[in-house]
Design a protein around this ligand. Structure first.
Ligand code: MG
Length: 270
């Protein structure tokens, strides 16, 4: 149901579509499933949250969603933003980044499987780390909370109870493309869910698709982050991001430094 789109649903259409989701839409689109029989992720009890570091770009501090396109569609109350009407998308674009967000699935449990507390963060608007109420709520494992949707299940199920705040700390290495648009280096995602490792440098197989296998399509070095609206009032707070640069491997770095020193020594003295 991810095809619902993250930010284009018009308000009236949205309510209608949500009602019709499980029936007509499911019939209209053939769902892709990997068919791989993953073992069930073990359930563990998670630790506690963190505060933003000094160099973070704050994307939501509990007051407003001015850093986001379509932020006006969401409901802000008591320091939290509740998903509503459409997805949201950062005004700023990011590539390699460390991302922190806190989310809570609805306290009042409604729906089952993918219909319960569903949202997701789309790195570069393309690669979904699934958000779902996976507390005693079975679905396909590569679609539960902490999964890279339809690519990798989480290593363990670290989900808290519905209504409780949860954290995601994500380290994202964006994919690189060559001049012909082919992948020269695939993307990688590491995720800590409530401080527990659930994705360990997992190699992205491509963009997240609902109805077909993941696929790469060349894109810009930096793109906005999206948060999905999937018809469920999932809450968010404390969202921040830190961009980082890829370091050269030590041997290349030392060669580069030596060349720099050599060039410097050959500069005419003033
Ligand atoms: Mg989702």
């Amino acid at each position: 149901m991810r095809f619902l789109s993250r930010f284009v649903i018009k308000p009236i259409a949205a309510s209608l579509m949500v009602t019709l989701l499980s029936s007509s839409v499911a019939l209209a689109q053939k769902e892709f499933k990997s068919g791989i029989e993953w073992p069930e992720p073990k359930v563990v009890t998670p630790g506690s949250a963190t505060v933003a570091p000094s160099d973070a770009i704050i994307l939501f501090d509990g007051k407003d969603l001015s850093q986001w396109k379509n932020g006006e569609n969401w409901i802000i109350k008591d320091g939290a933003a509740t998903a509503n009407k459409s997805g949201i998308s950062t005004k700023q674009a990011f590539g390699d980044a460390q991302i922190h967000l806190e989310w809570a699935s609805p306290e009042k449990v409604e729906g089952t499987g993918q219909g319960r507390g569903n949202s997701g963060i789309y790195l570069m608007g393309k690669y979904e780390v699934q958000i779902l109420d996976s507390f005693v709520n079975k679905t396909y494992y590569d679609g539960q909370a902490g999964s890279i949707y339809k690519q990798y299940p989480p290593l363990v199920n670290a989900c808290r109870k519905p209504g409780e705040w949860q954290t995601y700390d994500i380290i994202f290495n964006a994919p690189r493309f060559d001049k012909e648009g082919k992948v020269s280096k695939p993307g990688h995602i590491t995720v800590l869910h409530n401080g527990v490792l659930v994705q360990n440098h997992s190699e992205l197989q491509g963009g997240t698709m609902f109805d077909r296998p993941p696929e790469y399509k060349a894109h810009a070095d930096k793109l906005p982050l999206d948060i999905q609206f999937h018809g469920n009032p999932v809450k968010f707070r404390n969202i921040w991001v830190r961009e980082f640069k890829e370091l050269l491997p030590p041997e290349k770095a030392s060669v580069a430094n030596k060349l720099k020193e050599l060039n410097k020594s050959q500069e005419p003295k003033k």
